[in-house]
Write a protein that binds this ligand. Structure first.
Ligand code: DX5
Ligand code: ZN
Length: 208
C-alpha cells in the first residue's frame, strides 16, 4: 500500500512543513483543491500552490470543484501522476476522463460517502484510479465512515484494472480496515505530530 500525504490540516509554516513532509517516506503528495462551491471550503489557488509545493514526490491532485476543465488546465502543467475529479459534478464524465488522458496524466474518479459504486460502474474500464471518500469532502480531521469498507470490497470484487484509493479519517487504527487499498490518503494523523514517527507507525500497521 502506498501513502499519499495531505497537507490540508497543516496550520503554520506551510511551505517549510510541506518540504519536511516530502522528505519523509511517503509515495505521493496529495493536493486537496477546493473551490468553495462543490464543498464549503476553499483552498489555495494555482499560483499559491506553485509557490508552496516542491516536486520531491509525485503529485496526486484531488479536485473538489465544479469547474473541472479550468482546474485540469491549471494543474496539468504541474505534471501530476494523477488528477482525480468527482463523479458528483454532474458533467459529462466520459468527456472529462478523455480530456485528462489526452495529457498523459492518470485519471481518477472520486465518489462521496453517499454515492454508490453501482453508479460509476460504466466508467470503471476507463479509469486508472477510483478514490473512495471515507469522509464528506471539505475538511481534514473528520471521522472515518465505516461503510467505505464495503465500497472498497465491491471495487476489489469487480477486479478492474484500476487502483483503489481511500481518503479521509485514516489513522493508525482505521488503516486496519482498509488494508486492501492501493493508496491511502493520510492528512491530519500525520501532520498532527512528528511526521516521520507518524508515518512509521502507519507502516508498522500495514506491514506488521
Ligand atoms: C477531505 C480531503 C482529505 C483530507 C484528509 O476533503 O479530501 O484529503 O485532507 O484528511 P484527514 O486524513 O485528516 O481525514
Ligand atoms: Zn483529498
Amino acid at each position: 500500500m502506498k501513502i499519499s500525504a495531505s497537507f490540508l490540516s497543516i496550520k503554520d509554516n506551510l511551505k517549510e512543513n510541506i518540504n519536511l513532509l516530502t522528505k519523509c517516506d511517503i509515495d505521493y503528495l496529495h493536493l486537496d483543491i477546493m473551490d468553495g462551491l462543490f464543498v464549503n471550503n476553499k483552498t489555495w489557488n494555482i499560483s499559491e500552490i506553485k509557490d508552496l509545493i516542491n516536486y520531491n514526490k509525485p503529485l496526486d491532485v484531488h479536485l473538489m470543484v465544479y469547474d473541472v476543465y479550468k482546474y485540469i488546465d491549471e494543474y496539468r502543467n504541474l505534471n501530476p501522476e494523477f488528477i482525480t475529479f468527482h463523479y458528483e459534478v454532474n458533467l459529462d464524465i466520459m468527456d472529462i476522463i478523455n480530456y485528462i488522458k489526452k495529457f498523459n496524466i492518470k485519471v481518477g474518479l472520486s465518489i462521496k460517502p453517499n454515492t454508490k459504486i453501482e453508479e460509476i460502474i460504466p466508467y470503471l474500464p476507463y479509469l486508472d484510479l477510483v478514490l473512495v471518500m471515507s469522509v464528506e469532502p471539505g475538511l481534514g480531521g473528520q471521522q472515518f465512515i465505516v461503510n467505505s469498507v464495503d465500497k472498497i470490497k465491491k471495487l476489489k470484487e469487480l477486479k478492474g484494472d484500476y487502483l483503489i484509493e481511500v481518503d479521509g479519517g485514516i489513522n493508525d487504527q482505521t488503516i486496519n480496515l482498509v488494508k486492501d487499498v492501493d493508496i491511502a490518503v493520510i492528512g491530519s494523523y500525520i501532520t498532527s505530530g512528528n511526521y516521520e514517527e507518524k508515518i512509521k507507525s502507519i507502516k508498522e500497521k500495514i506491514y506488521g
